[in-house]
Design a protein around this ligand. Structure first.
Ligand SMILES: *Cc1c(COP(=O)(O)O)cnc(C)c1O
Length: 357
């Protein structure tokens, strides 16, 4: 069967490995190591008895609760099948041939895939090694849509709110701040929303709420943008179980605070251990750490990172390695797990450093 040339040439997004056999310490896809709030299973069980019926097409109860949670009107919210669905809707509505997408590099590798489906040019602005936000460079891109991951993935660093505000003020297109990890950080661009009509903030239940398997994300933006996204979405883009589960999770903010607090303290402790080991680690405001492995004699670089990655795999510790970019090639991205998982990782790193000179 024939396909349009841009689809034939398309490279699908490559997700991190999801091993099917047990026994792995899984620190590669930034999932929460703790279960979601117990209220989720109870809410989902109730809805399981109603699966004969279509879900609420706009997920209105969830939208209303999210709006209240963020102190915004209900018309400022749209929900989706993961924030990937929301990012897709943004690309569908605001990019295409002649409507370029700008991004930083490195960044979330889904963005170029979404652009390719739309036949939208991609304009990439490179980070320097310090991962400071190149505000002027980004603002000067002739793009209709700009995807910015903040706090950043894969570096884990947060950008000052003032920089994001300056970018929103100077970039003429739609600025999408992908806040997948923001619950582990200190600042959010949500507070900039009243000031900038061209600002969209996307969020997910996959990371801090521990619901990657349920697939719920949302966007907050000016009602005009939300109305456009509502035009291009699937009519039932959030199923019954997902609507009920996400609502229950949102209503249990005490639980969220508790698990986020645990991740933060594990993260801070582990960053110290990495530095004691002689490794450089970017200061993380997320639930992962981008760190540069160094051998016992202080060597580092892409070969060292690849060697460490392979060694960890032999110990059934799975982390993420991004060899394709010069800034990530000497590094590994380590998801923050439980204290016990991080102790296993730490022991494995001791063993690797004992062999790697
Ligand atoms: C995990 C992640 C998402 C998306 O998550 P969903 O599971 O689709 O909600 C979006 N952006 C970034 C940067 C992520 O890391």
């Amino acid at each position: 069967m024939k396909q349009p040339a841009h689809i034939e040439a398309l490279h699908a997004y490559v997700p991190g490995t999801q091993p099917q056999e047990p026994g792995w310490v899984k620190l590669n896809t930034n999932e929460l190591p703790y279960p979601p709030s117990p209220r989720v299973a109870a809410a989902v069980a109730v809805e399981a008895d109603r699966l004969r019926l279509y879900p609420n097409p706009t997920a209105q109860p969830l939208r209303r609760a999210l709006a209240a949670h963020h102190g915004l009107g209900e018309d400022h919210v749209i929900v989706g099948n993961g924030s990937d669905d929301i990012l897709n809707l943004l690309a569908r509505a605001y990019s295409g041939p002649g409507y370029a997408i700008a991004q930083t590099s490195p960044s979330y590798s889904l963005y170029p895939v979404l652009a390719a489906v739309q036949q939208a040019p991609v304009l990439s602005v490179e980070f320097a090694a310090d991962f400071r936000l190149p505000v002027e460079d980004l603002a000067a891109q002739a793009a209709n849509l700009l995807f910015l991951t903040s706090p950043n993935a894969p570096a884990g660093v947060a950008f000052p709110l003032a920089d994001i505000g300056r970018l929103a003020a100077s970039f003429p297109g739609l600025l999408v701040v992908d806040e997948a990890y923001v619950d582990f950080a200190q600042e959010t661009a949500v507070e900039l929303l009243p000031r900038y009509r061209n600002l969209v903030v996307t969020r997910t239940f996959s990371k801090s709420y521990g619901l990657a398997g349920l697939r719920v994300g949302y966007a907050l933006a000016h009602p005009e943008v939300i109305a456009v996204l509502d035009k291009v979405r699937e009519s039932y883009n959030l199923d019954r179980l997902a609507q009920a589960g996400a609502l229950a999770a949102l209503e249990d903010q005490d639980y969220l605070r508790e698990v986020v607090g645990r991740i933060r303290s594990t993260r801070e402790a582990f960053q110290i251990r990495l530095r004691e080991r002689g490794w450089f680690a970017y200061p993380s405001q997320t639930n992962f750490i981008l760190a540069r492995p160094a051998t016992s004699s202080g060597r580092s670089g892409p070969e060292v990172a690849a060697d460490c990655f392979r060694f960890l795999q032999t110990r059934k510790v799975l982390v993420r390695y991004f060899p394709a970019h010069v800034l990530t090639a000497p590094c590994l991205r380590l998801t923050v797990g439980t204290d016990a998982e991080m102790a296993t990782l730490n022991d494995a790193l001791d063993a690797w450093q004992a062999t790697a000179k």
